[in-house]
Design a protein around this ligand. Structure first.
Ligand code: ADP
Length: 617
């Protein structure tokens, strides 16, 4: 009892230690995992921020540089002396980088375009410089504009433009076929006339286009009308800008080679630079300015982020002004757009939630698998250690049992021998009885030692079987004979039922006899004084079955699984009445297995048992 308590205490400690060895790392793992999951969200965000910041840095530094440098090189090196040509090429052409321009002289006064402030007068009758207006004919004006002898009149560009309009409208009225040529000439740019006031240039071109439309000449003059349209826009933009920046000092501290929005309420942008010591402001419409920005942005834009660009007045020019997401990056838009601010924010924070969740799922599953694995390993170890401890306990019990079992027959033999030696018997019959008892004890001792030896061979895999074709009936008879003396005792009914014609089996006769003897021994041992024991052999489903039936104490369902284990005894008390050391059934099972057979037990507590061995034929 004391031994049992110590070993179960040991088992408790071992289980506790193993549980700690499994639970501690599991808890640590779970803790690491939660920390990793928390960090993952931050890490994912940081990863994305780093990626977009990298791309944005490229955008701020490289892309606008590449875009502008090529475009403005030509512009910077072109001679500025012919201002109207410069304007025409860079500000009024279909492929011009700008849509309007202001050119200042070296003193800072506006040089081009000319702003004459003729507002309200453009539409007035031309001053024909002739005394009597009523006598002036269309022919006179035609001669004036297209003189046979050039330079007859000294007309200003503004006057020429007004005459041109007058003549075109007259030709329209009289359906004069010189109208087409006149419009073609008048719509084209002219170095002298382009010196005229911007307002008049715009007015003149709009009037001439209107006449062309009325005269149904738009198809014939398509390209002229198109380039006139560009010039109208360029002069109109320049006019608008000139009203705000009539001289260089109104430009303020505007860094050269940079773009700014001109006014918060005006959709015009300017690129200021110094060309040959003269200040020049190239004007960009909102469309062209945004085109530059969007072209540069293309490299970083994707559907995860919002890009917002604000101009030098804080107006949002690109992006949704109502976007409330906090930007993760706010910076100036590079060398050419230093006064523009670019803010990059994530469209919604679900982006990293999603990315983090994906990563988290991987972590979680890995952790769950590792935890499960650890629990499994822990459970297996606990089971194995438990088994080992139980085994040790059984072995200890076994030693105690063996000693006890050996001691009993030895001491009874000694007692009997002493009695005989002392001559303490009354007659020959009593002497014979004592000798028989000694022989019985001897037999019991031999059987027990046989069991130990078989078990030992079994354990060391040294048991050798001699398989031969054997008749099942022979085995049954041999076994019955072996147990006959025991079964013949009073209070025991023993019957053998065997079909002599059963098919032969391939078996070791002695080993199979041991099987049946062990089973019958048990049937005898675990039955009450009024014993009924039956040994049967029959064939069933191509197998030969040996059944040993008793009316004994039976075995509970729970223990039925264990009785074939080595050293197992349902009642392990040393004081129990039945002899044995828990090896009989394990030897039986070992032998049956070696014969590729099966053994099962059908039993109920207090209702007897049937052990059936099935051996293939
Ligand atoms: P033992 O030497 O204890 O008989 P065995 O391996 O032969 O060892 O049997 C193991 C245990 O199975 C026995 O201790 C007993 O409790 C139980 N047992 C075996 N045969 C019977 C039976 N016929 N009836 C009841 N219990 C049995």
């Amino acid at each position: 009892m004391i031994k049992n308590k110590t070993s179960s205490e040991h088992l408790g400690w071992v289980v506790l230690l193993l549980a700690a060895a499994v639970i501690l790392p599991t808890v640590c793992l779970l803790w690491f995992m939660t920390t990793a999951v928390r960090n993952e969200r931050l890490a994912v965000r940081q990863k994305l921020v780093d990626m977009y910041s990298g791309r944005a840095r490229h955008f701020f530094a490289e892309v606008p540089n590449l875009y502008f440098t090529g475009r403005f090189e030509h512009f910077n090196s072109y001679p500025l002396a012919e201002t109207h040509n410069f304007f025409g090429l860079f500000a009024a052409g279909p492929d011009s980088p700008f849509q309007g321009m202001l050119i200042y002289d070296s003193d800072g006064a506006l040089l081009y375009p000319a702003i004459a402030f003729y507002a309200g007068q453009q539409d007035s009758e031309p001053n024909l410089l002739l005394a009597d207006k009523s006598k002036v004919t269309t022919e006179d004006i035609y001669q004036l504009l297209y003189p046979k002898i050039p330079g007859k009149f000294n007309l200003s560009p503004a006057d020429i433009m007004r005459y041109r309009v007058y003549l075109a409208e007259s030709f329209l009225k009289t359906k004069d076929n010189r109208l087409l040529d006149h419009l073609r000439t008048a719509l084209d740019s002219d170095p002298f006339i382009d010196q005229g006031p911007a307002e008049t240039i715009i007015w003149q071109l709009e009037k001439l286009i209107a006449v062309a439309q009325q005269a149904d000449l738009t198809d014939n003059l398509a390209s002229e009308i198109q380039s006139a349209g560009h010039r109208i826009i360029a002069y109109a933009n320049a006019l608008e800008a000139a009203l705000r920046y009539p001289s260089v000092n109104r430009l303020g501290n505007w860094t050269n080679q940079t773009i700014r929005r001109l006014e918060p309420d005006l959709d015009l942008y300017g690129f200021k630079c110094n060309i040959q010591n003269q200040a020049v402001v190239g004007i960009l419409t909102q469309d062209s300015a945004l085109k530059i920005l969007t072209a540069s942005m293309r490299d970083i834009q994707d559907d995860m982020i919002n890009i917002q660009i604000t101009d030098n007045f804080g107006n949002v020019v690109i992006g949704n002004p109502d976007n409330n997401e906090k930007p993760f990056l706010t910076a100036s838009a590079g060398k050419f757009l230093p006064d523009f601010t670019v803010s990059v924010s994530f469209k919604n924070t679900m982006v990293f939630e999603k990315a983090a969740n994906r990563q988290t799922a991987i972590y979680t599953w890995t952790a769950i698998l590792v935890v499960l694995l650890m629990l499994l390993v822990g459970a297996v170890s606990i089971r194995m250690v438990g088994r080992q401890i139980r085994m040790n306990r059984l072995k200890n019990n076994f030693v105690a049992t063996v000693t006890h079992e050996l001691k009993t027959p030895l001491s009874s033999m000694r007692l009997l021998v002493d009695t005989l030696l002392d001559g303490n018997y009354t007659n020959q019959r009593q002497c014979k009885e004592y000798l028989e008892l000694i022989s019985h004890e001897n037999e019991r001792l031999s059987r027990m030692i046989d069991s130990f030896l078989t078990f030992s061979r079994m354990e060391r895999n040294k048991q050798v079987f001699d398989f031969q074709p054997v008749s099942p009936a022979d085995i049954v008879h041999a076994a019955a004979q072996a147990v006959q003396p025991k079964m013949n005792q009073p209070g025991c009914r023993f019957s053998v039922l065997v079909n002599e014609n059963l098919p032969q089996i391939h078996a070791d006769k002695d080993a199979m006899t041991t099987v049946l003897v062990n089973l019958m021994d048990n049937a005898y041992k675990y039955s009450n004084p009024d014993k009924t024991i039956e040994l049967k052999a029959y064939s069933e489903n191509g197998k030969v079955c040996f059944a040993v039936k008793d009316n004994g104490i039976g075995i509970s369902r729970r223990l039925q699984k264990k009785i074939f284990d080595r050293f197992f005894q349902a009642d392990s008390r040393l004081s129990r009445s039945a002899e044995g050391c828990g090896l009989g059934l394990s030897i039986v099972k070992f032998i049956v297995n070696a014969h590729k057979g099966t053994i099962d037990v059908n039993s109920k507590l207090e209702n007897g048992s049937i052990f059936t061995v099935r051996i293939p034929t």
